[in-house]
Design a protein around this ligand. Sequence first.
Ligand code: HEM
Length: 493
Amino acid sequence: MDYSNLYIFLSTLLAIFPTTTLAFLFSAYKSKSHEKSINLPPGNFGWPIIGEIFAFLHDDHEKFVGDRMNKYSKIFKTKILGERTVVLCGTAGHKFVASNEEKLFAAWRPHSMQKLFRSSYQKAASIIMPRQMEKHVSQAPGFLRAEAMVGYVAAMDSMVLDHLKTHWDGKQVVEAHRLTQLLVLTLSAKFFMGLEDSCRIGKLVELMDTMMLALHTIPVNIPGTAFHRAMKAAPAAREIIQSFVKEKKEVMESTGNKMHDLLSYMIATPDPTGRFMPENEIADKIMGNVAASFNSPAMTTTFIVKFLGERPDIYDKVRIEQLEILKSKKSGEALNWDDMQKMKYSWNVALEAMRLIPPLQGTFREAATDFTYQGYTIPKGWKVYWTVSTTTMNPEYFPAPEEFDPTRFEKATPPPYTNIPFGSGPRICPGKDYARLQILSFMHHLVIRFKWDLVNPNCKITGGMNPFPVDGLKVRLQAQPSQALVVLRTYVE
Ligand code: HEM
C-alpha cells in the first residue's frame, strides 16, 4: 500500500500546526492501540486517508456492499466518507440497528450533509430531523401523524390534479424526474410552510436538486465540484425559506393567524422554557424537512413512471384498479382516505419499485459506545451503516429478485426486516404515511389521464446512495380518452 500521501499530509500538518498535530497523533495512537487489543470485524480500510470512498461513490452501490459481504461476512469494516465504518448486513443486521437505537447508536450524517444543513452541522446531531424538531413535529397539530393524514387527502388530490393539468396535459414528451420533483416540492411547500408561490417553489426545486447531488460526497469545496455547487445552493435555498418565514411571521402577527402548518406551529409555539425559535433556526429546520421530503418521494414516483412505461401489463392492472375507484365517485369528487386504502395493487407497484431501486439506499449511525456483534467488537466513535439492498435482492426472501413483480407482495408478506425502504425501529421514516398518500394520488391521476412509453428505454440509472435517471426519464405521453369509464368497460369486457 502507498503511504507516501499520508507522510506528506502529516509532515505538512506538523510544519503548520505543531500542537494540533501532536494532539492528533496522540489520539490516533491511543485509538490504534485500543483497536489492536480488540477483535475488529473483517474487511479493508482501503487507501490511507481516503479509504474506499471512490469505490463507494462510483461503483454500483449494491455491488459495493454485496462484493464485500460475500468476501468477508455479514459484518465488515471499511473506510468511507472519511470515517471508519462497519456495515451491518442482512435481516440480523437490520434488526440489530433497529433494536439498539439510543442504546448503542446515535444518529450520524455524512460530513457533506452536515456542512450543507447548518443547524445539525453545529450540533453534530441528526441533520434532517434534530431530536428537538422531532418533538416539535410529533406534537404539531395536523402534521405527520397518521390521523392527520386523513385531512390531507382531498387537498393533495386537487394539487396533484392541478399539477398534471399544468405540466403534463397537452405535452408530447416530458421529463418525469424534474416534474415529480416539482410536484413533491409543491406539496411539501404547501403542507409544511403554506407557501404557494410557484416562482419560489421552482427556484427551490433547482436548488434542492443541486444539493441532493452532493449529499453523499467528499466535502471539499473546490470550484467545479458537485459539493461546491451544493454549498452555493444551500444558502440560496435557506434565504428563500428564511424570507418566507419572516413574511409569514409578520402576517401571523398582524392577522392573529392560527396554525395551519408546521411553519406556523414553529413560529407560534415556545419551547418548554418559553423561548420562541429565532427565524434563522426555524428556516434551518424547515429546510431540513423540505430536503428530507424531497428526493425519496420524487425518485420513487419517477421510477414508478419508468416501470409502468416498461410494463404495459402492469400499467393496465394499476389503471383498472384506479378506474374502479373513479367509478365509485361522483363527478369531480376528490379522493378520500378510504379510496387510498383500496389502492392495494398500486401500492404493491410502489413497494416493488422501491425494492428494485431504493430511493435512499441506507443511512448511518455512530457507535455511542464499544459494542459487540457476532463476536466482533466495534469501537466507540466508528460509524455504522445499514443498507436495504443486502436483503431486498436475496432470492431466499424475494424469488427471482431481478424481476419486477408487484404480485409477490400479494402472495406472501416478506419476512420482518427484509423489505424496509423506510427503515425500521425508532428511527423509521416519519414521512412514510405522507409519502404513501403523495405517491398514490399521483398514480391515480396519472394512469387515468395518460399512457406512456420511455423515450430512452435504456436510460441509465446512476447516483450511488441516491439513484436517479441520467436523462431525467423522458417519457412520450399519450392522453387517455377523457371518458375513463367507457375505457373501464372495454378493459373489463
Ligand atoms: C418514498 C419516500 C420515502 C422514503 C423511501 C424514505 C426513506 C427513509 C429512510 C430509509 C430513512 C432512514 C431511516 C433510518 O435512518 O434508519 C428516512 C428518514 C427520514 N425521513 Fe424519509 N423517506 C421517504 C419520504 C419522506 C418524507 C415525505 C418525509 C417528510 C415528510 C421524510 C422525512 C424523513 C426524516 C425527517 C427522516 C429522518 C428520521 C431520523 O433521523 O430520525 N421522508 N426516510
